[in-house]
Write a protein that binds this ligand. Sequence first.
Ligand SMILES: Cc1cc2nc3c(=O)[nH]c(=O)nc-3n(C[C@H](O)[C@H](O)[C@H](O)COP(=O)(O)OP(=O)(O)OC[C@H]3O[C@@H](n4cnc5c(N)ncnc54)[C@H](O)[C@@H]3O)c2cc1C
Length: 273
Amino acid sequence: MSRYSAFDRFTLKAATKAAEMLMAPANRREVFDQFVMTVTAVTELSEHMRRITFHAPELASFAVTGPDEYFGLLMATGRDLVMPPDDRINVRSSLRAMPEETRPDLRWYTVRAHRPEVSEIDVDFVVHGDAGPGTRWARRAIAGDQAGFRAGGSAYRPPTEGSVLLAADETALPALAAILEVETRPMHVYVEVPDESYKIDLEAEWVFRGSDEPGSAALKAIRGRTLSTVEYAWVCGESGLASGVRRHLVKDRGVDRKTIMFSGYWKAGSART
Ligand SMILES: Cc1cc2nc3c(=O)[nH]c(=O)nc-3n(C[C@H](O)[C@H](O)[C@H](O)COP(=O)(O)OP(=O)(O)OC[C@H]3O[C@@H](n4cnc5c(N)ncnc54)[C@H](O)[C@@H]3O)c2cc1C
């Protein structure tokens, strides 16, 4: 028997079908596990990125669906973390039904590494001041803190053969790095970050946007390249980058929209609620 209502399952199926008319299919889950995790370590990877290691017994049996596995991080708004009920597929409906005083904040992050043998995950957070609950929480996290995990899914699902283009910004770097760890074929890889200080040790064409609009530098770099063919593309980062690169691939290069996975990980000037 499913944990979810027939209505919820029907809605998910319809949303999946609608998404697959517009973009490449993702790796979907049937059940969205939910549990509390404890911070066990915090490592400063750079002035812009903190790696937070979480432990939870449930992570021993948790299975990722793909290299760019993402999850919902639930952060206490009051003194204690109160988890939403886990009987809805749409976590936002569960959150809306909670009293405001105890309703946790939710933001989406990537499982950079999963070590089931020790029930741990690493998550790499871009810290950008105190502008939102995600960055605020990540900047202050110390060992012993708690946060909730809500399973998501993963998006990277290329054909077994064929040329692949990957484009990412700093928020999609954890996912990109995890994809490159499992991929063996040569790829076209573009990374756009604000400046040199965001660079990590990862082989790609790096471009810097400075104070220009997110996506503008990546688009310029991709436009300027003669790519043979693109049989699959994964384009994730600020919403202007994701939609701009996708538009270019479809309109100017004739790439089939159903072979492009794109996701606006954040939106300049708006919270990613
Ligand atoms: C599937 C998925 C996977 C993701 N994986 C990661 C990950 O592994 N690591 C990671 O750091 N992020 C990741 N993100 C992006 C992250 O969820 C967003 O950046 C989110 O907006 C952060 O929430 P916040 O509470 O800090 O800011 P919000 O409350 O969402 O936004 C507040 C303000 O901050 C701005 N803002 C948001 N993010 C940034 C940023 N990175 N730089 C500058 N300004 C920003 C917004 O435009 C807004 O003005 C992922 C998103 C998705 C959808």
